[in-house]
Design a protein around this ligand. Sequence first.
Ligand code: FAD
Length: 401
Amino acid sequence: MCTNATTLPKHEDRATESRWTSEGFAPWKFACLTASSHCSRRRPEPPVASFALRRDLREIFRLTFTASRAQSRYLPRQADRSTLRQILLCGLEDQVSFGKQCTRVEATALGATAHFADGTSAAATVLVGADGAGSQVRPSLLPNAQPVSLGYSAIYGRTNLNTTDHPLVPGRLETSGVLAIGSPGKTFFFTTMAFRERPRDAFRRFMCKPPGRDQGDYVMWAISFPDASLPAATARGGSDALLQFAKEQAREFHVALRQMVDASEPGETLLVPLRMTPVKGWSSNSLTLMGDAVHLMPPTGSHGGNNALRDAALLGRALQEAAQGAIPVGDALARYQQEMLAYSSREVRAALRMLRLSLTRNPLIRVPLLKVLPVLHPVFQGSDGPVAVKRSTPKGDSSDH
Ligand SMILES: Cc1cc2nc3c(=O)[nH]c(=O)nc-3n(C[C@H](O)[C@H](O)[C@H](O)COP(=O)(O)OP(=O)(O)OC[C@H]3O[C@@H](n4cnc5c(N)ncnc54)[C@H](O)[C@@H]3O)c2cc1C
């Protein structure tokens, strides 16, 4: 999967570099990866845009991101999740234990203790729950903040771009995040991971051992639909059953989108229930939360991972101040929590708004969105992609609203 790695705000980015160079260079590597690596010197900086389209790929609106040359590192761009993760991990191998499942945590007089499924435990001055949507740390701090279903799920898939003899992504959409709005309750999202620096070159540049197989360019797609339309057997049926269901859901979309699903890699299909966590604050001098463990949100807007990285930079800076004796640990955690909850709750609200807008059944919104706004935009030209939009508009398109 690729992650839409918007670079951190300026102060976060700077703090990330300076904070970590003494302890390990992982976040320094992140700053470089987002700001320059997949940002290679070899391919020119492409224009960046987000498109909202109808299911026949006719444009509803677009957001174009522009920046001066000096500011271009702050433009949103893609990073391959697996490459990023492996490069961040390299150099920290002796600090990370795999396969230890945390089952519960508790605050103690000296800090906090984590208990693991294998019967072992570990004590720390500060324990950070960065264990994602199913966090085992969150119940200790927020027993009533379980993830809430939003009534929709998404199937994610990945399609290699070098497996077909024709281009899979319409030309004008190659460097964009694209959301196509389908029948009520259904959307199709895709974005292209076109490496601007080959992963093996990035591994070499960061002095990390490259994996055996180099990752090629790919497109990541996701189809969202109401939970009620997913048969329970399909949900249980694994990757192949999910892919089959995704192909059926894709039928109403433009042939270019259907082709992406048809050509997708077997075994790479994933079901993601769309959920959020209703979180207010908590009080602790030794336990805290970050990322999806505290602000799980729907994927609309691609903010989840970006917020997790922002949390890590902010918390790291606060803890470093505490380690230097500038402030008590409890104050550092409280300051982090206050700032993190302020920006993350804004992002959660924005993601929810976007989700509701894209999946709405309300004709008062769908008619202007799907009938009026597209008239103001030119139809995509045939040269932009594998198939001209006009020729491939699905039958029954008039039922769009
Ligand atoms: C398909 C997909 C595409 C996405 N695309 C984007 C995008 O483009 N941009 C974006 O910003 N966000 C995106 N997101 C959201 C983003 O992936 C998450 O918001 C982000 O990964 C959250 O990071 P995290 O570290 O909080 O949690 P996670 O990434 O879920 O990491 C949690 C870690 O904790 C470990 N863990 C879990 N439970 C335990 C336990 N009990 N004991 C020990 N370890 C445990 C897990 O193994 C994992 O390593 C996407 C999500 C999905 C599913």
